[in-house]
Design a protein around this ligand. Structure first.
Ligand SMILES: Cc1cc2nc3c(=O)[nH]c(=O)nc-3n(C[C@H](O)[C@H](O)[C@H](O)COP(=O)(O)O)c2cc1C
Length: 198
């Protein structure tokens, strides 16, 4: 199997999507990928972050993780996104990062990359499906290839069954079932990407 280059791109205000990204990194590496774990740049004013203990603590936890750049996206054969639901869609941080891709899009460099997406929300029906679709919608503009979990593994009948991508709600730590679901999605991204670059 060819060894795909996978960029794991996450934004996380409080830590959940950071945890998802770490699980995805471990699974993608175990599946044979060359992986970059990258944080999507923060756009909120530092004064706002400093005013919330949980947000500031998360900023400190990811201090040593490199910031994602368009060069990382160009490098990657496959993209694994993880970010929280914000008012029913993707966060402005993720959208701002997406909006730095105009040059790559114009050069055709985003075509044929694979993309998969995961998300989290406070409420079970708080917008997870729409947030995932926001990213797949972007993939279609890029000519990138959405790689969704569907129901391709028994774990999808245990994890809440979102076929568009792993999603979770609430503030608790990831369960073993959730970790398995994230690992399945990351492994599937690696395997399908390997077929495409072969
Ligand atoms: C400004 C803002 C908007 C949010 N909008 C939603 C929403 O529309 N639906 C929902 O269920 N949760 C919403 N949430 C909760 C977040 O989705 C939740 O805190 C997030 O999934 C946690 O992920 P993180 O720990 O990676 O930041 C919102 C949170 C913030 C701060």
């Amino acid at each position: 199997m060819a060894s795909p280059k996978i960029a794991i791109l996450f934004y996380s205000t409080y830590g959940k999507n950071h945890s998802v990204a770490l699980e995805a990194k471990a699974a993608a590496e175990a599946a044979g990928a060359d992986v970059r774990l990258l944080k999507i740049p923060e756009t909120a004013p530092q004064s706002v972050i400093d005013s919330q203990e949980g947000w500031k603590a998360q900023q400190d936890r990811v201090a040593d993780i490199p910031q994602a750049t368009p060069d990382d996206v160009e490098w990657a054969d496959g993209l694994f996104f993880s970010g929280p639901v914000r008012f029913g869609g993707q966060s402005s941080q993720v959208r701002a990062f997406i909006d730095t891709m105009g040059g790559l899009w114009g050069s055709g460099a985003l075509a044929n990359k694979t993309m998969t997406a995961t998300t989290s929300a406070q409420n079970v029906n708080g917008g997870v499906e729409n947030a995932l679709m926001n990213l797949y919608h972007v993939a279609m503009h890029w000519g990138a290839i959405p790689v969704v979990p569907g129901y391709t593994d028994a774990i999808k009948f245990e994890d809440g069954g979102n076929p568009y991508g792993f999603s979770t709600f609430g503030g608790d730590a990831l369960t073993d079932v959730q970790k398995k679901s994230i690992a399945h999605q990351a492994k599937r991204l690696v395997e399908i990407t390997a077929k495409i670059i072969a």
